[in-house]
Design a protein around this ligand. Structure first.
Ligand code: ADP
Ligand code: MG
Length: 620
């Protein structure tokens, strides 16, 4: 009988290995950027087309390769970075497994031009699907230029697995940002389809952060530095009132390598305790320097996870460092403010406003301190926001309760057109007992149904109604747009602008109209006509944050995702006192909607307290 065990051909072994290293275009960008950094480049340029599907080109001015090394670099386990097993524990460079180039070449068409500064002439190498097509001498600049064309051209299954261009581009931006933040002393540029996305000059970390995320970061960074014999912490954290409602920019680097670490993330959050609202997310870019022998970085193929031999010490130190930074900022902030007229841009004013009106009371006197600063500034944004909040709360809480307890009937009884009861066959109301609707704390609607009492979550109800409407507008009939009298400009990070442009065509139907002005600004011409009064800056910031949160997670069509996130985003705007007819109307709309039971995100919209249940409250 014939032997059946065979060695896999190299090209197939490489394709399999490639699956581990190259999940998507962004993985290629990451590997090539790291190689360029390791090669000592001073400037690195990235060009991508079609979110990296058709082209990824990385050019560096680093040390280049000899003719032999150029060829060797595509062999699996070819690396110039490790010679002995011991080296593994000393490793400080980015790459070390010697797999990246071999993997990439297995699943793409690759062209590499490379020249060492000391050589007269460079090498051009062409590889397709692990097969060397040609190697020749070529005149080129010192450094390395890699072109990766048609990624996954020979692995259709993986190609089909890719997400939309805006999602893939988001991943590329993530990887690019991580490497660019870790190496501010290197100049980086990124182009997508001939448009410049980033052009970041070499400089200090603070400048890199501002260049990357936007000018509004300039006034909102606190420097953080703590050195001990075991570990050094350095970098920047955001001022507490710069924290966002959705998870934004948060970066840890261990020995200049980006890592995800929920335990350390927790350390940073703990350091902010009492200065930011629950559930809001501080900005941070933090570098941890530690002797490589104290860490294990090779526990995950894409190497974004890491283990420390003494995790608790790192936790304690990090928390102390951040806490010190945040509290030092607190002590010196009034001085800073007087010295710096720019301290309160419109953005920081709004953010604080949200916190203030959200009713969160920070436990230290940081809030008082910033509040007095706000009074001095004449931006007025937060006051407006706070005014709005109060206007929407005409009854004091206790007043509402009292009315309800004493005599609900005199408090403008309402008759629901009893659709509720028709639709919900379980609890039909009797013909001659019209339901009364009462609003509780501007948040809940309460009404009688046959089996007892129905409690409706107002926000959830609006989310369902808005979702149905948006979906309809996106798919069939465009909603009406409210032209702005004066087009508004909105300042965002470059990445957020790219993201929003990516969904522009989709949300046009809702009444949004905007264009890019430069790469970090949008000009907004119109907003959906039926939105409650909106500040475009805040609206677009939140839109971008919502997109970041949702687009990758929800594997639905673009239209549905957009309808979902907009409904979620805007439903909160309707947590206001409702006039009696509006309550009836809302309940009618919910029960005429595609699913009165749940929001598009699966949260319940109403609940029924049965008479039995209510009776049980009063039994001893
Ligand atoms: P690793 O980075 O893990 O060593 P790679 O497959 O990424 O493995 O690269 C293989 C080798 O090719 C590197 O060790 C390095 O010697 C060389 N190399 C790759 N990219 C560059 C570059 N941009 N400039 C100079 N040398 C490079
Ligand atoms: Mg590498």
């Amino acid at each position: 009988m014939q032997d059946i065990v065979r060695l896999l051909p190299d090209s197939i072994a490489n394709q399999i290995a490639a699956g581990e290293v190259v999940q998507r275009p962004a993985s290629v960008v990451k590997e090539l950027l790291e190689n360029a950094v390791d090669a000592g480049a001073k400037n690195i340029q990235v060009i991508v087309r079609d979110a990296g599907r058709t082209l990824i080109q990385v050019t560096d001015d680093g040390k280049g390769m000899s003719e032999t090394d150029a060829r060797m670099s595509f062999e699996r386990h070819a690396t110039s970075k490790i010679r002995t097993a011991d080296d593994l524990f000393r490793i400080k460079t980015m790459g070390f497994r010697g797999e990246a180039l071999a993997s990439i070449a297995a699943i793409a068409q690759v062209e590499m031009r490379t020249r060492r500064p000391t050589d007269e002439i460079g090498t051009l190498l062409r590889i397709e699907g692990s097969e060397i097509k040609s190697q020749e001498s070529v005149a080129c600049l010192p450094g390395t230029n890699l072109l990766i064309k048609n990624l996954f051209y020979n692995v259709p299954a993986r190609r089909n697995f890719l997400k939309t261009n805006s999602v893939e581009m988001r991943h590329i931006l993530d990887e690019f940002q991580r490497v660019a933040l870790a190496n501010p002393e290197i100049g980086f540029a990124l182009y997508h389809n001939d448009t410049e996305v980033y052009n970041l000059y070499a400089g200090k970390l603070s400048r890199r952060i501002v260049d990357m995320f936007g000018k509004n970061y300039r006034e909102n960074l606190i420097s953080c530095q703590e050195d001990t014999s075991y570990v050094n912490v350095s970098g920047y954290v955001g001022k507490p009132d710069f924290a966002r409602k959705t998870r934004g920019e948060q970066f840890f680097f261990v020995n200049e390598r980006f890592v995800k670490h929920s335990y350390l993330h927790h350390a940073v959050l703990s350091a902010y305790e009492g200065t930011i609202a629950d559930g809001s997310h501080p900005f941070y870019v933090l570098f941890i320097e530690i002797d490589p022998s104290h860490i294990d970085i090779n526990i995950h193929p894409t190497k974004t996870e890491i283990k420390f031999d003494d995790e608790r010490s790192v936790y304690a130190l990090l928390m102390a460092a951040v806490r010190k930074a945040v509290s030092t900022n607190h002590l010196s902030s009034s001085i800073d403010f007087d010295a710096n007229v720019n301290f309160l841009g419109p953005m920081s004013g709004q953010r604080s406003g949200i916190l203030a009106s959200g009713g969160t009371a920070p436990s230290n006197n940081f809030a008082d301190n910033t509040a007095s600063k706000r009074e001095k500034s004449n931006t007025g944004h937060w006051e407006q926001l706070f005014d709005g909040f109060q206007k929407n709360t005409p009854h004091s809480t206790s007043q509402t309760q009292l009315d309800l307890e004493e005599n609900p009937a005199t408090n403008q009884p309402l008759t629901v057109s009893s659709r509720v009861n028709q639709v919900q066959a379980n609890f039909p109301a009797s013909e001659n007992s019209p339901a009364v609707v009462q609003q509780l704390h501007n948040r809940y609607l309460l009404t009688q149904v046959k089996s007892g009492m129905m409690l409706i979550d107002q926000r959830a109800a609006y989310e369902r109604v808005l979702y149905d409407r948006y979906l309809n507008e996106l798919q069939h009939t465009p909603g009406s747009a409210q032209q702005l009298l004066f087009p508004a400009t909105v300042q965002l990070s470059v990445a957020d602008v790219a993201l929003l442009l990516g969904i522009k065509d989709t949300i046009l139907a809702l009444g949004f109209d905007f264009d890019a002005l430069g790469n970090d600004t949008l000009v907004v011409r119109s907003l959906p006509a039926d939105l409650p009064h909106e500040n475009p800056q805040q609206l677009f910031e939140e839109l971008a944050e919502q997109l970041k949160l949702n687009l990758e997670e929800i594997k639905l069509g673009k239209t549905e995702t957009t309808a979902r996130l907009l409904a979620r985003r805007f439903a909160g705007r309707y947590l206001t006192a409702l006039a009696p007819p509006a309550m009836t109307h809302l309940i009618d709309q919910v029960f005429a909607s595609s699913n009165p039971n749940n929001t598009p995100n699966g949260e319940p919209i109403f609940t029924i307290l049965t008479l039995e249940k209510i009776a049980s409250f009063f039994k001893s």
